[in-house]
Design a protein around this ligand. Structure first.
Ligand code: TGC
Ligand code: FAD
Length: 389
């Protein structure tokens, strides 16, 4: 009996080790991306516009806060939520970014560290996409070292007064609610600040060459007064924001596989149909080696992500394991996108083909949620016991 044909985008048949539910989730998100995202995303990227019209669809499919339990959330397992990221990022990193911020950086801390009142007030409308969140950690003077935070909150009776600024914040221009991290005399705390609170403003960052289909901005806090009930009481210190980042970085480790798959898939078709020197480009050794390299990278990343997911579902995942995967998988995806761009020749600089869009997006993905250096140094610290940041 001949062996069944292998999928070029899943050479080790990772899909076979998924449960029926995980496959169902992947297929339904894949279908939505094919039907609703791919037809509009290159245009949104060119127009420097977040395709907000997709939010109700994301919400209706249960993709916002998908791994959280209760409060209108889908309660999916970690592998299913990883697959959601993979399919969304096959469309565009901006879409996965939106979902990462809403789910991992805003809903997660409210779910884990919030009061019952905060959870019932915010989580259901966030799951429905009616309240959009943003997460303010990075500051203008340096994002890799959030411990050196200048934004501060001072106690005034039963209130807190927040002053400071946050920079490079996904969703800032469109968010109704900001989870902002500020230094207090008892260390870092998280606060929920609603749009419209006096002294709180957000501006949009224009002229980005990356993540153009995502809304990015800055946040300013000028004597912003919030009651103590807007503080997340369940955590203090850097572990508050870092634990949210572990969730989002996990999603990125899956997501970027989708971007790489989109590029490789397009390049297999392109090199088979483009005839140079009397034969298809795909029939040359150099091109095959490059395509094979990509398949090797994607396959390795898939296995890494799956193992990460299984560890997470068993409650055994450690932050440094997520660092290793974020570093490996984003680097793989960026290299794949850059190489695909090159193999398209002149056509590779056109928005008609996906690789340049993914390549430009991935320049952000390799920087945000901890730069490549931060994750390499996190692994280095694990190996040596010495922090060299
Ligand atoms: P470190 O010693 O690593 O940790 C400090 C404390 O936090 C604890 N911790 C965790 N606790 C629970 N869950 C987790 N996942 C945790 N991770 C860490 C840790 O145990 C420790 O606790 P304790 O009690 O001992 O104090 O902290 P460090 O200061 O040594 O960290 C250094 C470094 C460089 C790794 C860290 O500062 C870092 O990760 N920097 C990068 C900052 C970053 O990634 N910023 C991202 C901003 S958000 C963003 O980019 C969103 S993009 C959104 C999108 O569009 O997708
Ligand atoms: P820096 O920290 O100044 O780093 C500059 C360079 O120095 C990098 O190459 C870095 O790797 C290197 N470096 C730093 N320290 C060391 C060291 N010790 N040794 C060697 N090299 C080092 N932040 C949020 O809080 N919320 C968001 O929603 C958000 N969304 C973002 C969206 C986009 C599109 C982008 C681009 C960024 C976003 N960020 C967000 C910010 C992001 O997390 C930061 O850009 C990132 O953490 C790096 O910080 P920085 O830009 O200040 O660079």
């Amino acid at each position: 009996m001949p062996s069944p044909p292998l999928s070029p985008l899943d050479l080790l048949n990772v899909r076979a080790s998924l449960s029926d539910e995980e496959r169902l989730v992947q297929d339904s998100v894949a279908r939505m991306v094919d039907e609703k995202v791919l037809p509009i995303i290159a245009g949104a990227f060119e127009e420097h516009r977040f395709p907000r019209e997709l939010v109700p669809e994301l919400a209706a499919m249960g993709l916002l806060g998908s791994s959280l339990q209760g409060y209108g959330c889908a309660g999916l397992n970690a592998v299913a939520s990883g697959l959601i990221c993979q399919e969304l990022e096959r469309g565009d990193s901006a879409l996965r970014s939106f979902v990462s911020v809403q789910s991992s950086l805003c809903m997660y801390p409210i779910h884990v560290y919030g009061t019952e009142l905060q959870k019932t007030k915010y989580l259901p409308p966030m799951a429905h996409g009616e309240i959009i969140g943003c997460f303010g950690l990075t500051e203008p003077h340096g994002g890799s070292d959030p411990a050196n935070m200048k934004t501060h909150a001072k106690r005034k009776g039963g209130d807190w007064v927040i002053n400071g600024a946050k920079m490079w914040i996904t969703n800032a221009p469109i968010a109704h609610l900001c989870v902002v991290w500020a230094m207090t005399e008892n260390g870092i705390h998280g606060f929920l600040v609603e749009r419209g609170t006096p002294g709180f403003t957000a501006s949009e960052i224009h002229h980005k060459f990356s993540l153009r289909a995502s809304a990015t901005g800055a946040l300013y806090f000028d004597e912003v007064v919030v009651p103590d009930e807007n503080r997340l009481p369940g955590v203090s210190g850097l572990k508050g924001p870092l634990s949210c980042l572990t969730q989002a970085r996990y999603g990125i480790a899956w997501g970027v596989i989708g971007a790489a798959q989109a590029c490789l898939s397009q390049l297999i078709d392109y090199t088979k149909s483009r005839v140079l020197f009397g034969r298809p480009l795909a029939a040359t050794q150099l091109i095959q080696v490059r395509l094979a390299e990509m398949a090797r990278g994607i396959t390795t990343a898939q296995l890494l992500a799956l193992q990460l997911g299984r560890l997470k579902d068993q409650g055994e995942l450690q932050p440094v394991q997520v660092s290793l995967a974020k570093w490996n998988n984003v680097r793989m995806s960026l290299d794949v996108a850059r190489d695909c761009r090159d193999m398209l020749g002149g056509a590779g600089i056109s928005a008609e083909y996906a690789p340049i869009r993914h390549m430009l997006n991935l320049e952000s993905v390799i920087t945000y949620e901890g730069t490549e250096a931060v994750h390499q140094l996190s692994v280095g610290r694990e190996l040596t016991g010495l922090a060299a940041f």
